[in-house]
Design a protein around this ligand. Sequence first.
Ligand code: NAD
Length: 283
Amino acid sequence: MQLIDGKALANKIQEQVAQEVDDLKSKHNIVPGLAVILVGDDPASHAYVRMKSKACERVGFYSITHNMPDSINQEEIIGTIEMINANPRIDGILVQLPLPKHIDTDAILDAIDPNKDVDGFHPCNVGRMVTGLDAFVPCTPLGVMKMFEEYNINLQGKDVCVVGASNIVGKPMASLLLNANATVDVTHIYTKDLKEHTSKADIVIVGAGVPKLIKADMIKEGAIVIDIGINRLEDGSLVGDVDFENVAPKCSYITPVPGGVGPMTIAMLLSNTLDSAKKRVSK
Ligand code: NAD
């Protein structure tokens, strides 16, 4: 069994991004800029945004966080997004999800300029990604694809089971796998017999938000298991969706939590923002 070290790969990507930022600054006087919109006081969302801001600092980006109270209305958020859309110093806009219940998330994501949509959630980028066109791709599934690339894991013709079908994790993951010529089986909460699907797969990718959902008897010998889940237990520890201790011995490759997909998500956010900033050079 080999561990897929997301932390090490994310560090390597961040170093490459930092190098390219230096070049952009010295040759073109361009500093990539990321704007984050954070609504409400959910501690997990605040922690994620802090991590993203620190990562921006490390690679030399300009970054700004718009902190908004829970009571804010949709029009005010959209007004702020329109202002950021027009700001030439900003290359990427990220709205930290989930938003409070009274806000229509689709309307908010729709207001982001698709050319600054570094999270890849705008319908325009979703459509382009599905059809295999150049697009901003959601950071978590993109990070998983980078892991496969780094570890020379060929996806063509592989049977891949994706567990979880959300718009930000499972669905884009399935699209990217299909574009890489894998045979993709997408499962979710209403799937009748999850084990029947996972136990046949060469690769199982899980993003459900359920600790220990994937147990050893659900995985075939030699499978590759990618755990996207991040769950905080009552004792404060972080675990994924896979019963790591018992599943790992059966796997050829597996990602740990923490230190697997999580750091890759942030690295991909930096990479997408850098790509957006590079487009300023040719303008
Ligand atoms: P979500 O709640 O929007 O979607 C969960 C999906 O899992 C749904 O499609 C649901 O049908 C499915 N599901 C739930 N219980 C299931 C079960 N028992 N069997 C089969 N399918 C089941 O969640 P999300 O935003 O997609 O996040 C999923 C997990 O991934 C969470 O733990 C989240 O914290 C984590 N996450 C991690 C990163 C990262 O950077 N590593 C990024 C985003 C989300």
